[in-house]
Each structure stands twice: as C-alpha cells, then as structure tokens.
Ligand binder design. Structure first.
Ligand code: FUB
Length: 322
C-alpha cells in the first residue's frame, strides 16, 4: 500500500484533518526534543505550539506550512503540553480546540478563534467550563450541530474522573469491569462552551456489553468521529495495545458497536489518526516514529488511502511498512 510522509522537515503528530474551502487542512501536535525524560505520564510530550498545514493533492501535492498559529505563551490559562488539537468551521469563523495543562498541571480544553482555517488563532481567556482530559476531536453533523469528543487515559488524566467529577484519587477499572469511555458533548451555538454535561461514549462488544478495561480493543485515547453512508464511525487508539480501532453507531452519542482494527501497531508507542474524504477518496492520516529512529516523542505525519468493503467495514492497514 502506498503511504506518504507529509512534513519531512519537522516532527508533527496527532493529525486532525478537515476539508475547508476545497483544500485539506492538517492540525497536528508539534513534537520537538525538549529533553524531558520519558515517563508513564507523557511528560516527554512537551509541545509548546501548533502549526497548520494545507494541501490540494493528498498523495503527491506540495504541503504548505502556515507557520505557528498558536503558542502556549499566548494562552493565559495554559502552562505546558499542547497536545492533540482539532478545528471546526462555523459561519465563516474557525475554532481551534486544544488541550493543555493549566497552572496546576490539570489538563483542560481551550478554544481559539480565527477568520481563516490557517490561523493565526486568538485564544479565549479561559478553558471550556467543565472541560478535563485531552485529545479533543470535533465533529459537525449534517444538521449543523457540533460535538466534541475528548479524553485519554494515563498521561491524559481520564482516570482522575467519574461522571464528569474529579475523584479524590485516580483509579482505573479492574480487570473485567467496563473500560473507561471517551466523552462527548454538544457545543453551544457560539462554539465556546459545552451545551450539556459530557456523556460517555460507550463501545459495545458482540455480546452487547461494554468492552472491558482489559480488552486490547478498548478505548484509550485519540477519539475521532466520521460519517459514512449515514452511519457514525467512532475510532480511537487503544494506547497500550497500540491499535487504531473503530465502532459504529446510529447517532453521534452512540452506543457504538465494536467492528475491528483500522491500523496495526506502528513504530513508536503512540498511535493516533483522523479519517477524511477528499475528492471522492477516503484517507487515513496518522503518525509513526520511523524517521526519528523510533523515538516515540518525535513523530512524523503519514497518510494513505482507506478502503471500505460493500458492507461498510474498514479494511485493516498494516502500521509497519513492508
Ligand atoms: O501527542 C501527545 C499525546 O500522544 C496525544 O494527545 C495522544 O493521543 C498521543 O498521540
């Protein structure tokens, strides 16, 4: 299968991709060598700014770097770790959703606004009220309603919460118990707040029960939502089992029924993606650590075509190239 590295001159990860004004726009995290040692909490992912990239031809065309569009130093509430972001258009404005640790080292999700998909973005003074954890992915449905999916385990701090409340002590579910789910909330009309309490994004197995916390296909981080033939495809990373998996539902809230693996493990600990249709073809954007020699905090953007079978099942892609 043909694959393409997109930004050979720099380390970029966590691509969130959308088509705006007939062009493909990529909103990645910007990896760099910060010197912070690797730990279980992702401290080595110490990103401090975002770039935006655009292109007209996914597999061949030139990739335009629109430069730094938001820097942590310009976000009044944020201290560090600008992880996976995403962007959504509404009424001619562009809204960038991004996580960062606040001054007390708690992940929150912020919003920054621009008149252009390529920024620069002006941050709101405070994070979204009631936001927590990381990896926001924004989905605009055909009726114009916009939803943000978010959450991630371990370094992403999701295990510190239950039912949107902070716990006294973080805890992971025991073996056999339901996995901790991603969260989803509809956004307000001004795109700057949750319009409702975030809900659990439940992924059910073939037995109709939520996938268990020790299932290698359960949600860990990196939510993404896309629609294909009227069905809602919720896809995500399984973190410590290093897969990209997907589940299908009838509405943006789910529940979603587990379907299978999109991408087998790549080189590097993390895996992360987005799925987008452009000019009649479907693409999987993701990252791996091949160009950095396997350094998991220095990742590179990649893209390949994605194919469905006649029943709408996604064909599994090999993460490690032949
Ligand atoms: O880039 C930092 C974190 O690594 C992301 O937020 C996760 O999804 C993983 O890719």
């Amino acid at each position: 299968m043909k694959k393409r590295y997109l930004v050979p001159g720099d380390y970029m990860a966590d691509p969130s991709v959308h088509v705006f004004d007939g062009k493909v726009y990529i909103y990645p995290s910007h990896d760099y060598e910060s010197g912070i040692p690797e730990d279980d909490w992702g401290s080595h992912f110490n990103m401090r700014d975002y770039h935006v990239f655009s292109l007209d031809d996914v597999m061949e065309g030139e990739v335009t770097d629109h430069g730094v569009v938001l820097d942590v130093a310009d976000v009044p509430w944020a201290k560090r770790q600008m992880w996976d972001c995403d962007c959504c258009e509404k009424d001619g404005k562009y809204y960038l959703y991004f996580p960062a640790k606040d001054k007390t080292d708690i992940f929150r999700i912020g919003v920054a606004v621009s008149d252009h998909p390529y920024g620069p973005f002006v941050p709101e003074p405070d994070p979204i009220r009631g936001s927590y954890s990381m990896d926001p992915a924004v989905f605009k449905d055909d009726d114009g309603q916009v939803y943000v999916y978010f959450g991630g385990l371990m370094g992403g701090q999701l295990q510190r919460y239950r039912d949107n409340s902070a716990l006294e002590c973080a805890s992971l579910p025991a073996v056999g118990e339901p996995a901790l789910p991603s969260r989803v909330a509809r956004l307000t009309d001004d795109m700057k707040q949750f319009a409702e309490e975030p809900r659990a994004v439940v992924v059910l197995g073939a037995d109709g029960k939520p996938l268990a916390a020790d299932d290698p296909h359960r949600f860990f981080e990196a939510s993404w939502m896309h629609k294909y033939r009227g069905k809602y495809y919720f896809s995500y990373s399984t973190g410590d089992s290093h897969l990209l998996c997907y589940a299908v539902g009838d509405n943006p809230y789910g529940p979603f029924v587990y379907q299978g693996v999109i991408l087998t493990p790549v080189v590097g600990w993390t895996t992360h993606h987005s799925i987008v249709e452009y000019k009649g073809k479907w693409y999987l954007f993701h990252h791996d650590s091949v160009p950095s020699g396997g350094r998991t905090w220095l990742r590179s953007l990649k893209v390949c075509e994605l194919h469905y079978d006649a029943e709408g099942r996604i064909q599994t892609i090999e993460g490690k190239d032949e």
